[in-house]
Design a protein around this ligand. Sequence first.
Ligand code: FAD
Length: 319
Amino acid sequence: MAEVLVLVDQVDGEVKKVTYELLTAARALGEPSAVVVGAPGTAGKVKDSLASYGAAKVYVAESDDAAGYLVTPKVDALATVAGQASPAAVLVPATSEGKEIAGRLAIRLGGGLLVDAVGVNADGSVDQSIFGGAFSVKAKASQGTPIISVRPGAVEAEQAEGAAAEESVSLPAVDAAKAAKITGVEPVVGGDRPELTEASIVVSGGRGVGSAEKFEVVEKLADALGAAVGASRAAVDSGYYPAQFQVGQTGKTVSPQLYVALGISGAIQHRAGMQTSKTIVAVNKDPEAPIFEIADFGVVGDLFNVAPQLTEEVSKRKG
Ligand code: FAD
């Protein structure tokens, strides 16, 4: 069976959920092989969990440098392994980092680049949701190794037994790899909440929230639900919430089990980042707001009336 390479998204040996989703998606095309790039000792921490999602092999590229640099070592490792293994495809997460890796790798391998897939099919095609979700299309690479970026949350991770046989990969000593280095990592606001693109529940606020102070109403509901907080671009541009939480065409793409939109009109650019969410709940005081066209559950009302009641009810049921 053909190998399918999956880039492992991990931080300090903690594997992100999207990796398991990619390992699951890869099984439609062949036998998944995980590619781990990180500091020495990383593979030891992640191997068992990769095996439990069907990784038959684990290619390991470990070095002190690999931990401190941005995308280059990951591109180097994937290109090296792809050169040896001639995989049926390479899967990376459709995160900002993953998209950059995918583009660079496609150039290196001369492969077809398929971005933002929401499904991977046995015939080698992928499903994409395009033009802000107005169309669903199937696309297939016509030449070379397909490099596929898969949207986090789009595929449900399913466990499967894998042997995770280890193979080491030596990274080429390229000076260009050292051109950019991570010099420090600082926790951002909301550090205890799940990461936005990984969260199974996201509560987002829009311009309707009205101010940075009032965003507390969004955060309180998010915390009651164990959710991540998101924001529309209008909310970000108005200074209500930091830009790294923006959801949409020019922000993050999320695909959680539950997306709650508070005071968001539902512009096409916002939908582009959230409409593949499994269940969408919208609260808006305007019954004509376009967000209701894609909402599974809609509440026409003032968010400052509805959201606190929801927070209280959720907290009561938890307690
Ligand atoms: P508005 O459209 O102003 O909507 C606010 C909503 O809140 C209204 O529907 C109103 O009825 C409701 N409301 C007000 N008060 C209350 C209340 N008390 N209770 C309940 N409801 C209330 N947008 C994004 O979000 N993400 C992107 O990545 C993005 N990228 C873009 C890229 C480009 C190239 C362009 C041109 C635009 C982009 N936009 C993006 C902007 C997008 O077009 C919209 O302007 C934006 O999404 C609107 O944000 P909003 O819904 O919060 O604000």
